[in-house]
Design a protein around this ligand. Structure first.
Ligand SMILES: *Cc1c(COP(=O)(O)O)cnc(C)c1O
Length: 384
C-alpha cells in the first residue's frame, strides 16, 4: 500500500491536483493569522462571525463544567442528556417543523440519512440537482442506488425527467440545496415544493449555507414555506459558528431515523461544550437581522465591484460570491497573488467543481466591513 500511496500522490502532483493542509491561527473575526501575519479571510463559512462570539464561548465553557467534555455514549445507550432533547425541541421551533434530530456533522448526516430512507424504498427514483454536495452523493451511493441528475437549478429539466423516469418507481425523492455552496445561488423552493407535491415525491433540502443567514429570523429558506419540505437538514458548523448538524421533519421521520440510521445509532452523542455553543447560537440568531442585512449589502457591493472589474459571478445572490476563472492554474495564481497582498481566498478546483469552472469562492461574514471588500477589489485590480 505504501507504494500505491506514493504513486497516487505522484499522479496528483503531475496533474496539478495535489492538495495539502495549510495551518492558520485564529485572529479577530473575519481575519486569520498565517505565518505571523493577519490576513483577510474570505474562505471561511463563519457567516455571522459567531465562531468567536462571547455568548457561545461562555455557554460552551459553562456546559463543559456542568456536564463534562464528552457525552460518554451514543444517544440510544446512555448518551442522551436533557440538553440534547431541549436543543432538538428548539431546532424544531426555529425551523417550524414537528421534530428535529441532532447529528455529529453535516457530512455524517447526509451520508447516513439516505441509506436509512432508501432501505424502505429499494425501487425508488432519486432526482438530484447536479451540484449537490459530495456528502449527498456519498449517501445515495452508500444506499446502493443511482441518482437521476437534473441540470443545476433547472426545474423545467426536473419536471421533464419526472415525466420520463418516474413511472414504475416505488417512491420518488427529490434532493437539492437551498443555497449552493460553490455558486452562492438559491433554489426556487416555492416552485420545487409544488413540483414535489404534484408528483407525490419526498423532498429533501440541505440548508447548510442558508441556516442562520437567510429566511425569516435566519431559519433558512425552507422555514418561509407554508408547505415545508419532508426533510430539511442543516449544520451548526457554518453560520451558527460551532459544529454538528440537524435533521428537521415529522416526528415519525425522526423516530424512524433513531431506529434505522446507522450514522445516528452507532456514533457518540454530541458533547456538552458543542451543545452549549449550539444552544447559545440558537438564542442569538433570530435576533441578528441587522447582521444579515449588513452581510447582504456587503455581498451586493462585492458583486457590483467585481462586475465593474469585468469578472463573472455567475448566479450568486447570497453571501457566497464565486469569482469564476475557468483554468485551474489561473485560479491558483490569483489566489497566491491575493495571499501575498494579505487576502485569503482559496482556489476551488476540480473535482470539487466541474472541469473548466475553477474559481475563487469568496465567502463574506457579517464581521467584514466595506473596507475589506474595497481591499479585495483593489488587490484584484492590481493583480491582473
Ligand atoms: C458543509 C456542507 C455539508 C457538511 O457539513 P459539515 O457539518 O461541515 O460536515 C453538507 N452539505 C453542504 C451543502 C455543505 O456545504
Amino acid at each position: 500500500m505504501q507504494q500505491r500511496f506514493a504513486a497516487a500522490l505522484a499522479d496528483r502532483k503531475a496533474n496539478g491536483q495535489f492538495r495539502e493542509l495549510h495551518a492558520v491561527e485564529p485572529a479577530r473575526p473575519g481575519y486569520v493569522r498565517r505565518n505571523g501575519r493577519e490576513i483577510l479571510d474570505l474562505s471561511s463559512n463563519d457567516y455571522l462571525g459567531l465562531a468567536h462570539h462571547p455568548a457561545l464561548i461562555e455557554r460552551s465553557c459553562e456546559w463543559a463544567r456542568a456536564m463534562g467534555t464528552g457525552a460518554r455514549a451514543s444517544r440510544l445507550v446512555v448518551g442522551t442528556l436533557e440538553a440534547h432533547s431541549a436543543i432538538e425541541a428548539k431546532i424544531a421551533r426555529f425551523k417550524g417543523s414537528e421534530a428535529a434530530l441532532l447529528f455529529a456533522s453535516g457530512w455524517q448526516a447526509n451520508a447516513a440519512i439516505f441509506p436509512a430512507l432508501l432501505s424502505l424504498a429499494p425501487g425508488a427514483a432519486i432526482f438530484a440537482d447536479r451540484l449537490v454536495h459530495a456528502s449527498i452523493h456519498h449517501g445515495i451511493s452508500a444506499a446502493g442506488q443511482r441518482q437521476i441528475r437534473f441540470r443545476h437549478n433547472d426545474l423545467d429539466h426536473l419536471e421533464q425527467l419526472l415525466d420520463e423516469r418516474a413511472k414504475g418507481a416505488d417512491a420518488l425523492f427529490i434532493v437539492t440545496e437551498s443555497v449552493f455552496s460553490m455558486d452562492g445561488d438559491r433554489c426556487d423552493l416555492v416552485r420545487l415544493s409544488q413540483i414535489a407535491r404534484a408528483h407525490g415525491a419526498f423532498l429533501i433540502v440541505d440548508e447548510a449555507h442558508a441556516t442562520g443567514v437567510l429566511g425569516e429570523g435566519g431559519a433558512g429558506l425552507s422555514a418561509d414555506l407554508p408547505d415545508k419540505p419532508d426533510l430539511v437538514m442543516g449544520t451548526f458548523s457554518k453560520g451558527l459558528g460551532s459544529f454538528g448538524a440537524y435533521v428537521a421533519g415529522s416526528q415519525q421521520l425522526c423516530d424512524y431515523l433513531v431506529n434505522a440510521c446507522g450514522g445516528f445509532i452507532y456514533s457518540t452523542a454530541l458533547p456538552p461544550p458543542v451543545l452549549g455553543a449550539i444552544d447559545a447560537a440558537l438564542d442569538l440568531v433570530p435576533q441578528m437581522d441587522a447582521e444579515r442585512r449588513h452581510l447582504a449589502a456587503l455581498a451586493d457591493s462585492l458583486r457590483a465591484g467585481l462586475h465593474d472589474l469585468g469578472f463573472d459571478t455567475g448566479a450568486s445572490d447570497t453571501q457566497i460570491v464565486p469569482l469564476l476563472v475557468g483554468a485551474e492554474e489561473e485560479a491558483l495564481a490569483m489566489s497566491r497573488s491575493l495571499e501575498e497582498r494579505g487576502i485569503l481566498c482559496t482556489a476551488i478546483r476540480p473535482p470539487t467543481v466541474a472541469k473548466g469552472s475553477s474559481r475563487l469562492r469568496l465567502a463574506l461574514s457579517s464581521a467584514h466591513r466595506e473596507v475589506d471588500v474595497d481591499a479585495l477589489l483593489h488587490g484584484l485590480a492590481k493583480s491582473r
